[in-house]
Design a binder for this molecule. Structure first.
Ligand code: KG4
Ligand code: ZN
Length: 345
């Protein structure tokens, strides 16, 4: 079965073709980062308008890349939610219209399920069950995964998502959106041990997260550096040291909670997914933790950690193969708990 995947939940138009027998055939992405950069974050209306212009040309691009014709596509998978409602509407309307015109089924995919299953696009096998750490711009969740659609939430952020905290701290340090990669680069120039930031909620039991206090702590440190500087601006070294301390605190916190989740569930496989899972320090820290726990760590290649069409095509394909598909109505779901998903046995 060849599935066309369409991802338009936020600021990236991702399109891909996935073949249930041959694997990923092609994928293409247009990132709107340059368009939103001046605003310091995503402007929803601009995002929707841009998706409208990108989807069809990118579909032609993936067809060309894979050297197949549109008649060979068996089904369409699009992101139904969660995400920005206007942006979701674009992918859903185009996906469903194409499916209707081509006389093939369509299926609406949960964006976070797409992220969660993205490591399965890699060669190293991932088998159920496992613990997943989902870390994106909108979500920070630990989930027990017993199969596709069989999700038990173990813990989540009570305030900001990890990616959101990266983005906000980046703005405090005068770095461009998206903040995660920018902080990671700057942290590389920071001095280890100059600052030690708190590891929120690690001193009490449980698997929930909180990043807003860490954000305030960072803001206060920036203010202190500003006070101490002769020109009342933090120096480049101050900024790098703060980026390093912030990244270290997030990584240490996520690592502690992942270890706890593995111990609590007795599972020996940890999957990390979502934009923040591209972070190299996080991967290194989790690698050494799982080794001590006798477990393994799996993740997707960096371009499939952030938003992309391949994960939607893959997740949609699994649901279609299990006989699931949509009715004719277009119903984007901006807020959608993953536990409400139907299991695929
Ligand atoms: O999964 P994603 O592409 O979109 C959402 O579903 O939200 O995640 C985007 C988030 C942004 O907050 C971005 O700053 C963060 O992932 N991110 C990173 C890195 N790359 C992307 N955070 C830390 N380190 C990175 N290398
Ligand atoms: Zn995402």
């Amino acid at each position: 079965m060849i599935v066309l995947g369409i991802e338009t939940s936020c600021d990236e138009t991702g399109i891909a073709l996935y073949d249930s027998e041959k694997g990923l055939l092609s994928d293409a992405l247009f990132s709107q980062i340059d368009m939103h950069i001046d605003y310091g974050g995503v402007v929803p209306e601009l995002a929707s308008r841009d998706h409208i212009q990108r989807v069809l040309p990118l579909i032609n691009e993936v067809l060309e890349q894979a050297d197949i014709s549109k008649e060979q596509i068996d089904a369409v998978a699009y992101t139904r939610g969660p995400g920005l409602v206007g942006a979701l509407m674009v992918g859903a309307c185009i996906g469903k219209a194409l499916a209707w015109a081509w006389g093939i089924p369509s299926v609406g995919v949960h964006h976070m399920e797409g992220h969660l299953l993205a490591p399965m696009l890699e060669e190293t096998p991932v088998a159920f069950p496992f613990v997943a750490l989902l870390v994106s711009g909108g979500h920070t969740q630990l989930v027990q995964v017993d199969g596709i659609g069989r999700y038990t939430l173990l813990g989540e952020s009570v305030d900001d998502a990890a990616g959101e905290a990266f983005d906000k701290v980046a703005a405090m340090l005068g770095l461009d959106y998206p903040g995660g990669p920018a902080i990671a680069r700057l942290a590389g120039q920071g001095v280890e041990g100059r600052f030690r930031f708190p590891r929120p909620m690690t001193d009490r039991p449980g698997l929930d997260f909180s990043f807003s206090g860490l954000k305030t702590y960072t803001l206060n440190t920036v203010a202190k550096c500003r006070e101490e500087a002769s020109d009342k601006e933090p120096t480049d070294q101050d900024r790098a040291d703060i980026a390093r301390a912030f990244e270290e605190a997030v990584v240490a916190t996520l690592t502690i909670k992942c270890r706890r989740a593995l111990q609590q569930t007795g599972m020996k496989q940890l999957i990390i997914a979502g934009g923040v899972s591209a972070n190299q320090s996080l991967r290194a820290s989790l690698e050494s933790m799982v080794e001590k726990e006798g477990a393994v760590l799996r993740y997707a290649r960096p371009q499939f950690c952030t938003d992309n069409g391949a994960m939607i095509a893959y997740a949609g394909c699994q649901r279609l193969l299990a006989g699931q598909s949509d009715g004719p109505e277009v119903v984007p779901v901006p807020r959608w708990p993953m536990e409400e998903l139907e299991p695929v046995s």
